[in-house]
Design a protein around this ligand. Structure first.
Ligand SMILES: C[S@@+](CC[C@H](N)C(=O)[O-])C[C@H]1O[C@@H](n2cnc3c(N)ncnc32)[C@H](O)[C@@H]1O
Length: 245
């Protein structure tokens, strides 16, 4: 792998990620997307912005379900072919106001689905998204349960859960199901870090959800229920702007 590839891991990783996501037993299909979709509610006549949209499949579905504006932004630029009213833009979610074509626009829903961790400055990224919301708008943000990486690293490093959960040093991470050649650098985070980030960005949590597999899916895909039992899955937040004083 060249240095250029390393500095732009998602240009290489995105196809492996999308292949893994498309499998019938992917946790995105079984748990995450159904729960994200449910928390989002109806999108008819709404303007939706999906930050870190992957190939754009989710925002394209929202357009089919009635969203009048459906915009996806992703750094990889590895997009599927979509209907003309879906806009997929190669750009950085770290400051959505600076993405080409987005300055001055407003959205009823801004999504960060398993993408927020890649923002350069998490508070700035959320403040920028907050500024783009319409009056009744909200942000839907999902993140891997913070304890998940701590469990894995404690096992790999022969350390304890607490040592890894409260660690502050960035660590290298490879996802076996995506593309093991690509290393992502991740910064550990705790639940307090997440909650404090939302507060600092001027947001309050209307709802938090920790989605689980249905009993039917658990029976059909016991290996995925085992992953959920070990690592807990993701946590999702519906975030609204705090009233300005
Ligand atoms: C784990 S995937 C999630 C994709 C999609 N949101 C989903 O729920 O399936 C993370 C996505 O974030 C994108 N990404 C990573 N860093 C980014 C950045 N700085 N700006 C925009 N997108 C980014 C990646 O290319 C990838 O598509």
């Amino acid at each position: 792998m060249t240095a250029g590839d390393l500095s732009r891991p998602w240009e290489t990783l995105s196809s492996g990620f999308e292949e893994a996501r498309a499998r019938e037993d992917s946790l995105d299909r079984l748990v995450e997307w159904p729960a994200e979709r449910a928390l989002l509610g109806t999108v008819t006549d709404l303007a939706v912005l999906d930050a870190g949209c992957g190939n754009g499949a989710k925002v394209a579905q929202l357009a089919e379900e009635g969203a009048v504006e459906a915009v996806g932004v992703d750094i990889s630029g590895n997009f599927m072919t979509v209907e003309s009213h879906v806009e997929l833009i190669q750009g950085d979610l770290s400051d959505l106001r600076a993405v080409p074509g987005l300055a001055g626009r407003r959205f009823d829903r801004v999504l960060f689905l398993q993408s927020f961790g890649y923002a350069r400055d998490p508070i700035l990224a959320l403040r920028a998204a907050r500024e783009m919301l319409t009056e009744d708008g909200f942000i839907l943000l999902t993140r891997t349960q913070p304890v998940r990486y701590a469990i894995e690293r404690a096992e790999n490093n022969g350390t304890s859960l607490g040592e890894e959960y409260f660690a502050t040093e960035a660590f290298d991470y490879r996802h076996a199901n995506w593309d093991e050649r690509v290393t992502l650098t991740k910064k550990p985070y705790t639940m307090s870090d997440l909650l404090n980030t939302f507060s600092a960005a001027g947001l309050w949590i209307e709802t938090a959800v920790e989605p689980q597999m249905t009993p039917e899916s658990a029976e059909r895909y016991p290996h995925k229920q085992a992953v959920m039992n070990k690592y807990l899955g993701i946590i999702m937040f519906k975030l609204r702007p705090l009233p300005t004083r």
